[in-house]
Design a protein around this ligand. Structure first.
Ligand SMILES: [Zn+2]
Ligand SMILES: [Zn+2]
Ligand SMILES: [Zn+2]
Length: 159
């Protein structure tokens, strides 16, 4: 965690100053600092664990905890499912710009996910939009068992 990163940018004022500040901050703090270790992309609704102070998307974190138990997905430290929002990170993402990893367009990090959804290059390279993870796999069980029975017949299963 570079303390340089947390130095506040100028409040919204003259556009020129904003651009300069954004340019400079990009040198020292890249988008990397705001990546979720789970989905490997720009944080969405960041939360921070109390113990180890690791930051994840709220959703990613919750899914991970449900799947693996109350361990930090990064360092396996103890966590709870309801860790606090990382308000400071979220705030920084509103003030800091990063580049779309696909087309290179500069966007506020807080808006990056929105951009991804409409960025054709991104969709070509990375496929599914980040905000629409596949629904939990609960197929109609009848369908599945029927298919597997058919398969057994097809392959000439003997006992
Ligand atoms: Zn994530
Ligand atoms: Zn951790
Ligand atoms: Zn893009």
């Amino acid at each position: 965690m570079g303390s340089v990163c947390s130095s506040s940018l100028e409040p919204v004022g003259a556009m020129n100053n904003i651009w300069d500040a954004a340019e400079r901050s990009l040198d020292s703090c890249s988008e990397e600092d705001y990546d979720c270790p789970i989905c490997q992309d720009v944080l969405k609704t960041p939360i921070r664990t109390r113990n180890c102070r690791h930051v994840f998307c709220k959703n990613c974190f919750r899914l991970a905890v449900r799947a693996q138990g109350p361990h930090c997905p990064l360092c396996r430290g103890p966590v709870s499912e309801t860790e606090k929002r990382a308000i400071d990170v979220q705030q920084q993402m509103r003030e800091r710009k990063g580049q779309c990893r696909a087309c290179g367009t500069t966007k506020f990090l807080s808006k990056m996910r929105v951009h991804y959804k409409s960025c054709r290059k991104y969709l070509e390279e990375y496929g599914t939009p980040l905000d629409a993870p596949p629904p939990p796999v609960t197929p109609t069980t009848q369908e599945v068992s029927r298919v597997s029975v058919d398969t057994i017949h097809m392959t000439g299963y003997h006992t």
